[in-house]
Design a protein around this ligand. Structure first.
Ligand code: IPD
Ligand code: CA
Ligand code: CA
Length: 284
């Protein structure tokens, strides 16, 4: 029997996670940079996947921010396990019990270059079901909080939290956001190019941000209308999944099956007005 499916995060826990995520975002926003180019200094950057043709950079900040989050979240909820992107986390099975799913910096390539679009992403799963999701984009000062059954709220500066909801735009009117699965070009390059073409010809226009976690938030806000990527990892989408679904949108794998949080998946997230058409078009 599942023991945690009725688990509901206390106000105190939500508060503790909120402040940990916000603090982590400040670490990213305030990272030291070269004053001329705005780039992170080379000493802070390494390629973590040298065995593959595609570069997959990691920075000292990815590790520092993850260690900070794990310490804070562990204190807030000692029974929880961790599934987190960088080495040093449990890499545990998130399907049993309580588990935090953490991406310390989503949008590392943007972060290295000084492109101000990266986010901290933290989800809490109970027996594999997301019950809480937070994404903080520190350059925009936007912190999104979704609690299962309670909707998605945007915290912006000192303003009172604002409940957000997805758009009702049709596929024809949609701004479609595409992630490029940059670490899987050999395997998924053609699929990605074909997704781009379908989005470009069937929607109004196409965007690419470099942070999947923030892409979900923009869908939840109704700023953009559909987001798809041929493969992402659970830490890229666990929080975003709840942020979009609690804002009234739908999120599945591209071919329609439910998202899984224990393995990488393709993702389609969209607002009410275009999910069905997007699913049809992208699977043609
Ligand atoms: C990446 C970003 C990017 C997406 C990649 C992800 P990372 O995460 O979310 O938008 O296209 O697939 O891996 O590596 O910067 O944490
Ligand atoms: Ca990521
Ligand atoms: Ca990351």
């Amino acid at each position: 029997m599942n023991t945690h499916t009725t688990y509901h995060p206390s106000r105190q826990l939500v508060h503790d996670i909120f402040y940990a995520v916000r603090e982590a975002g400040f670490m990213i926003r305030d990272a030291r940079r070269d004053s001329q180019s705005g780039e992170l200094s080379a000493a802070n950057v390494t390629d973590k996947d040298t065995a593959h043709a595609q570069v997959n950079f990691v920075t000292a900040y990815d590790q520092k921010v993850q260690a900070f989050l794990i310490e804070k979240l562990q204190n807030a909820l000692p029974v929880a396990k961790f599934l987190a992107e960088e080495d040093g986390a449990d890499k545990t099975d998130p399907n049993a019990g309580l588990c935090f799913v953490v991406d310390p910096i989503d949008g590392t390539a943007n972060f290295i270059r000084g492109l101000s679009c990266s986010a901290v992403s933290v989800a809490l799963l109970s027996d594999g079901v997301p019950i809480l999701g937070m994404v903080y984009q520190p350059y925009a000062g936007e912190l999104f909080v979704a609690v299962k059954g309670e909707g998605t709220h945007l915290y912006y500066k000192g303003n009172p939290p604002e409940r957000v909801s997805v758009s009702n735009r049709s596929m024809k009117e949609a701004v479609a956001v595409l992630g490029t699965s940059p670490y899987y070009k050999d395997e998924l390059g053609e699929t990605t190019v074909s997704l781009f073409k379908k989005c470009f010809y069937h929607a109004a226009d196409v965007r690419r941000s470099g942070s999947a976690a923030y892409d979900f938030c923009n869908i939840a806000m109704g700023r953009t209308d559909l987001f798809c990527e041929a493969r992402l990892s659970p830490w890229d989408y666990a929080a975003g999944f709840l942020i979009v679904t609690e804002a009234g949108g739908q999120v599945t794998q591209l071919e329609g099956s439910p998202l899984r949080f224990d393995i990488p998946c393709s993702v389609l997230a969209a607002g009410k007005g275009c999910f069905t058409d997007a699913a049809k078009v992208l699977n043609e």
